[in-house]
Design a protein around this ligand. Structure first.
Ligand code: UD1
Length: 417
């Protein structure tokens, strides 16, 4: 298993570029199943999670090719309606094939995603949406079995904002007969990208960017080509890296409008920001000010940047409180940061972070994707050497993060065991 060996106490400076957004590409790949013919997604990075999705689409009968950042998916015929346990257990986002399979094939058999390192993550909202559209759902031998000869448009009222359930509902409703309304839809940028792609394929979805979406069902979709948006979480991770430095760091190829909640918190922490159309320069403060954070659905502060921002707060001049309302158990990394001599105490789902003068390198273990990114940031600024094991998590969602950060002056070595 690979690990990172990080020489700490490094000061970063320069320019770093952001790749395409994993969480927009995953549902876009699943959406390609809806149109017979070849669709093309551009600005696609080389990530394990995207390979897992490609593997699943091939299993279902699609032809998937990846070449220099371009992914082509040809789904002329679907030969299987089953998303097997081996693939779904590797990646929860495999649940994204549920809506497309049901809409195109009238049947889907998708393994139940298990729990994961950031706590129990149910799929009840996905299933309720399919049921609202007329699907019959049963759970058999660890599999979700959904059947509907023809989906029928309906009102879907989500009691909780869910990115995944909103996208799955959209992908099912586009081929349903009649009108579907999604109330309390998630409005993350990744949902917008899915809507744009589906509309390019001939779907009729209105309400983009709002919590109320209307879908007029159509008979069939056609293939489309589209550029994928930059990854706002990768961009945010690099901005926090800049905030931890003493020199300016510029993050290029991002959409600043997707990062407002983080930018506000970085300013509150004392950073000066220079914002342009597709780039942000962060000028770090002399002293980091403590800032409280509450994660919320978009446009609130993203749970996917919670761990990285906590690292910044470990070096703040005072105490801050970080609360995750979306995934309350997403604090597995806290014990690891404390091994680096951070001073964090958990009080239920709130981390009380008392800033320290410096972190001290140690051996730590990554528990999930964003936690791994947080540990990398901590290792770069800690005194001495930090070794991070189980970094396969980070390769799921960051394209060669060590190479990108090393170009800014970090010293991260990948050791393959
Ligand atoms: C997506 C992102 C993930 C991010 C999360 C929240 C992908 C592949 N993953 O995950 O990185 O952290 O959004 O921004 O895009 N919930 C239910 N029942 C459901 C579905 C969700 O109760 O059926 C709950 C979840 O437990 C959580 C909240 O709803 O508390 C939001 O989760 P959701 O937005 O669905 O997250 P994902 O789409 O799984």
């Amino acid at each position: 298993m690979d690990r990172f060996i990080i020489e700490g106490n490094r000061d970063l400076a320069g320019t770093i570029s952001v790749s395409g957004a994993k969480n927009a590409i995953l549902p876009a790949m699943a959406a390609c199943l809806l149109a017979p013919g070849k669709s093309v997604l551009r600005n696609v990075p080389n990530l394990i999670d995207l390979k897992t999705m490609a593997h699943l689409l091939r299993f279902l009968g699609a032809h998937v090719d990846f070449n220099s950042g371009e992914l082509s998916i040809a789904a002329a015929t679907i030969t299987s309606n089953e998303a097997p346990y081996e693939l779904v257990s590797k990646m929860r986002a495999s649940i994204y094939v549920l809506g497309p399979l049901l809409a195109r094939q009238g049947e889907a058999l998708v393994s139940f995603p298990g729990g994961c390192a950031i706590g129990t993550r149910p799929v009840d909202l996905h299933l309720k949406a399919m049921e609202a559209l007329g699907a019959r759902i049963s759970v058999e031998h660890g599999y979700i079995h959904a059947i509907a000869e023809k989906l029928i448009g309906a009102d879907i009222h989500f009691e909780k904002s869910s990115v995944g359930a909103t996208i799955n509902a959209l992908m099912a409703a586009v081929l349903a007969s009649g009108t579907t309304r999604i109330i309390n839809a998630a409005r993350e940028p990744e949902v917008d990208t899915t809507i744009e792609l589906l509309n390019k394929m001939g779907a009729r979805i209105s309400g983009l960017g709002t919590t109320s979406l209307t879908i007029e069902g159509v008979e069939k979709l056609v293939p489309a080509a589209m550029d994928m948006i930059p990854d706002r979480i990768e961009a945010g991770t690099f901005l926090v890296a800049g905030a931890l430095s003493t020199q300016p760091v510029t993050v290029e190829n991002c959409v600043p409008g997707h990062l407002d909640s983080l930018l506000e918190k970085l300013r509150a922490a004392g950073c000066e920001l220079d914002i342009r159309d597709t780039g942000i320069t962060v000028n770090p403060p002399q002293k980091i000010k403590p800032v409280d954070v509450l994660t919320l659905p978009y446009p609130g502060f993203p749970t996917d940047l919670q761990a990285q921002f906590t690292v910044l707060m470990t070096l703040a001049d005072g105490v801050s409180f970080i609360e995750d309302t979306i995934f309350p158990d997403r604090f597995m990394y806290v014990a690891e940061l404390n091994r680096l001599q951070a001073d964090i105490r958990m009080e239920r789902n709130v981390a009380r972070v008392r800033g320290v003068a410096s972190l001290s390198g140690a051996e730590v273990m990554a528990s999930d994707l964003r936690a791994s990114a947080a540990l990398v940031l901590a290792g770069i600024v800690a005194q001495g050497q930090t070794t991070i094991s189980r970094i396969y998590h980070i390769d799921r969602g960051y394209d060669h993060i060590e190479e990108k950060l090393n170009r800014l002056g970090a010293r991260i070595k990948r050791e393959t065991a």
